[in-house]
Design a protein around this ligand. Structure first.
Ligand SMILES: Nc1ncnc2c1ncn2[C@@H]1O[C@H](COP(=O)(O)OP(=O)(O)O)[C@@H](O)[C@H]1O
Ligand SMILES: [Mg+2]
Length: 421
């Protein structure tokens, strides 16, 4: 069933980590209406019996090849693609593929490559526009966030005190100011977010979500900074954070599920202030964009190269981020001290592949600390800070693209594979 001329109904069935990679790949356009069924290791319940244009199935969601073959005829999709695990013996694999390919709706089967990076191929090219005052390189522009194309940003680096919380909170302010319903989630311990935003308290906080991971539970922990800017405060102390450590990404109280519920509740932009601790991995798993914050020092070069490799190559065995969805912010630049933005960038780029350009070069402004002490946002009170962070905001919150007169081919390539319907 074609839902409308320009909307394509896509059913994704698989474990959370697999499906979030698919979701990332499809989220860059707002013409897909995604239906997601998470299913780990054969724990698949009943599939929705609505019709779809395309279905992508991870075979590991089904208990056995027999269950897979039995379920497929009931899936109403014009084109079905099946991803088989790579560790099945060759002869068995050939048998399953032969049976699958007899089903008319099954357009292709793929055997999971041991290395997802190889499957992904070179990074996708995006529309590029030069950033005035940037480091001379073109930069991929993102599109305006919408319900079907929401922005979930993790602001992160494996370093403390580099300006993550300051950047996350000011980006959230700018996002809300541009009209997007925005949720800022503090993940620090103890969290600095309630200390720097006017009117916010340390409670309620993430602990409340942990004990009640439902829509009501979510609403109950949200504090309002302005009509569009809502905030969840992080943990007040180490003990409450340690209770949270063992929560798997599939658990209802997980950070990815928090993001999903917040999207369902109408947020268009979610910003995680991700700490250097373990919890960052869940925020990164939930995010579709990453802002790497670093200091322009040699230490910043090393930390950023490692952080970048972690998220682009493998995170728990799954390729996470397309370099096109990563932005780099250099914070606290001081004239005559440390490395210049260009030299810093050259050094990280020499240690990594496809390292993105520096989107924002934010100088060290003595006012920042004072403004935050008064619980105001530096972007509100300091035009220099605003000017420095604006290229980052523009590249994330994007420009409004015209939706008129566009015709779409029924084709989509991602993960190095072309799907047609
Ligand atoms: N561009 C800047 N200029 C001056 N001070 C800054 C700047 N960015 C952040 N700070 C200050 O540096 C300290 C650490 O920043 P913060 O955002 O809390 O870092 P992180 O979250 O990475 O630990 C804070 O006191 C903040 O006010
Ligand atoms: Mg912080």
């Amino acid at each position: 069933m074609v839902i409308s001329d320009s909307l394509t109904g896509v059913l994704l069935v698989g474990p959370l980590k697999r499906v979030s990679v698919w979701q990332n790949a499809l989220n860059d356009e707002d013409r897909y209406l995604l239906t997601i069924v998470y299913a780990e290791k054969g724990l698949l319940g009943k599939l929705p019996d609505k019709g779809y244009d395309v279905a992508l199935l991870d075979a590991s969601s089904f208990k056995s090849p027999r269950h897979l073959l039995g379920a497929i005829p009931d899936i109403k999709a014009a084109a079905i693609y099946v991803f088989l695990p790579g560790d099945i013996p060759q002869d068995k694999l050939a048998q399953i593929r032969a049976k699958l390919e007899q089903i008319p709706a099954v357009k292709n089967t793929f055997v999971e490559a041991p290395n997802l990076r190889a499957l992904l191929g070179p990074p996708r090219q995006r529309a590029a526009a030069p950033i005035p005052g940037g480091n001379g390189q073109s930069h991929p522009q993102n599109e305006t966030p919408t319900s079907s194309n929401p922005l979930i940003i993790a602001v992160w680096n494996q370093a403390g005190g580099v300006g993550k919380t300051t950047i996350a909170s000011n980006l959230a302010y700018v996002s809300a100011e541009r009209g997007f319903r925005t949720l800022l989630v503090g993940l620090g311990t103890p969290d600095y977010v309630p200390l720097i935003i006017n009117g916010l308290k340390k409670r309620p906080n993430l602990t409340g979500w942990h004990s009640n991971p439902t829509t009501e539970g979510l609403r109950a922990v949200i504090q309002r900074s302005s009509s569009n800017l809502h905030v969840i405060a992080g943990f007040p102390d180490m003990f409450s954070e340690s209770d949270y450590q063992d929560i798997a990404d599939t658990h209802p109280a997980s950070i990815p599920n928090l993001a999903n519920m917040a999207l369902k509740d109408g947020y268009k932009v979610i910003i995680f202030d991700a700490p250097p601790s373990q919890l960052a991995a869940s925020a990164i798993a939930a995010a579709n964009h990453l802002v790497l914050v670093a200091r322009a020092s040699q230490e910043g070069v090393y930390r950023t190269a490692v952080a970048y490799q972690t998220v682009t190559e493998q995170l728990e065995g799954v390729y996470r981020f397309d370099p096109a969805n990563i932005r780099v912010a250099l914070n606290g630049l001081q004239r005559g001290h440390g490395l210049s933005a260009d030299i810093w960038h050259d050094r990280v780029a020499a240690m990594t592949s496809s390292f993105p350009p520096v989107t924002a070069s934010i100088p060290d402004f003595s006012q920042v600390l004072d403004i935050q002490d008064k619980r105001a946002f530096p972007v509100q009170q300091d035009s220099d800070y605003r000017a420095a962070i604006t290229p980052l905001a523009n590249s994330l919150f994007g420009y409004q693209r015209s939706k008129n007169g566009q015709t779409y081919a029924k084709e989509k390539s991602f993960l190095g594979i072309t799907f047609r319907w």
